[in-house]
Ligand binder design. Sequence first.
Ligand code: GDP
Ligand code: MG
Length: 676
Amino acid sequence: MFKFMMAKAPDASCLQMVLSGGKGDAVASAVAGSAIAASYNDQIRPLLDAVDRLRHLKVTQEGIQLPTIVVVGDQSSGKSSVLESLAGISLPRGQGICTRVPLIMRLQDDPSADAPVLQLEYSNGRVVTTTEAKVADAINAATAEIAGSGKGISDAPITLVVRKRGVPDLTLVDLPGITRVPVHGQPDDIYDQIARIIREYIAPKESIILNVLSATVDFPTCESIRMSQQVDRTGERTLAVVTKVDKLPEGLLEKVTMDDVNIGLGYVCVRNRIGEETYDQARAEEERLFKYHPLLSKIDKDMVGIPVLAQRLVQIQAAIIAKCLPDIVKQINDRLSRSSAEVDQMPQDLNNVADAVRAFFHIVKRVCASLEKILVRSEFDEYHDDSHFHGTARISEMLNGYAKKLPAQVPRTSGELFLMEEMRVLEETKGINLPNFLPRSAFLVLLKKKVETIMQEPHDLVNQVWNYVEDIVAKVLLQNSENFPQVQSACRRAVQSMMDKVRARSAHHVKELIDMELVADYTANPEYMKSWAEIMHGHDKFMKAVEDKSKPTKITLEVFGEVDVSHMRANPDLARQAFDLRARLTAYWKSIVLRLIDSLALHVLLGVKRLVETDLEAELADELLGNKMAGMERMLTPSPSTGTKRERLKKSIMLLRQSKDVVANIMDRISASGEV
Ligand code: GDP
Ligand code: MG
């Protein structure tokens, strides 16, 4: 049966049968029992050894949970006594708290051992060999060393290896008992401390909870029941051991058959060693009790006695290990590849300035390549899902927004009479010349007025673009230099200084663009003449309406729509010039807007390209290579965080490799035995 479970991926129904065998499934447990007896040493022992070795390697520190049987119970419920009975040794006993640190007890059957061999392991590799007579003192001494000599507790475990003839091969963890009320000398938060340790051990689904309950108490009121129900509501991984049956046999049968507290794996009732009894005396007494006691003898034989408990635990342990092992293999492999990848990403050790310069240029190259993809070439493979980094798209949005903000028609104050503004300007710029000459100064004054209304837009656009670009550059640079936190502030300074220059260049350019529009009215754009001619079509109609007082004052013009000319009838010459002025400016405006959009877009694109191709590199080099290579010296001093990270990863990889070997070994044996 176990052979089957180990050779193939464990089959769920088979596991379930083993795990639930305690509830009166006598046939299944008898079959399992004989299978255990027959194949125990060569089948289950290596599995348990492998898990124990993993535990010893502390894989749990890597977040890998191991299948574990965890003993929990309220204080003085008899936890230590149960372990003692299973191991056949004497553990520290007494009033109040005794078990103050987790005790991992590893029982190993050793048919060749004439006398039991006991070993304590704790505090990173300390190993103490002890004897049955002295183990209690040795555990107390080790506890004192770990958790102090007072009543405090600690989560650093002690491992007790018991090699003895006839003990079941089991690894169990004994935890401090749960106490609501601190005894004298215990810290006030003792309950929380203990509860935290217990939870840490029983929460993983890989843990089997061995809940020790005293027959003398009401089970539903037990703290340990409350805690185990929090992590295992259905009780599918909880087994109950009822102790002190000799003290209160009355009503026990009902308690364990009613199962008020949802114990999925069943109950085993035991009677532990009392006083100075020997182990053998205690077992004989237990057997007598369950055979002849008028009440206790009525309890099903599959639910009583330390031997039954031992057998159930061995079964459960084998089942849970077989169930967990494939997943452990997977987790070890996952973590190993993750840690290895992380190490590969770490920077090489830098030994001299040349190394540092090389590393520096490597970063610059990567940053510039990345920025070129984002900001110039529209290749977003590195930031597929983060649209903020889709630089060309974002900049093009900004340019579109800018183009939309520039008015397509000459902006004018609403509600004003037709050509009023033009006439005012003409009055003001009147020269001493022939009346039908349009003064150029009038045109320029009006042009300036109109251009000034949109002057802020190009400034806003370049600010918007450079704020965005600065953000992107800083982020990409920081990402790529995260292995050298000691130079990141210098990198930030370099970006800052570069952006200052870029912004100044753009401010200057925008100012020049505006100045150029104001210096003269010029365009080679044929659109201008076309558009002007179109407006001038309406010129005769307009003049007729102004001059011929018998005609209606309201007319509709092709480009300007419906207009009223009544206010111009007094001065037809001025009206003619005003119309002319309006026609020219309207036609010319399109050229101005087009120039502002096109040339600024090209300016921005050129700026981005220059920044990526030369500016950033130059600025970083200035900042980090300048001042006698001070930046390189800083790169050479290893940052403490990198050092610790590297150490941690190295350790973790070593541990995972060892664990992998352990597991690979056991898997080989399993598949080899599966072929027999
Ligand atoms: P722990 O605090 O849960 O580890 O409990 P201990 O194992 O130290 O036991 C507490 C007390 O209960 C000790 O005095 C034990 O001798 C006693 N005890 C444990 N099991 C039994 C039992 O089955 N019968 C009797 N009569 N006393 C027991
Ligand atoms: Mg104890």
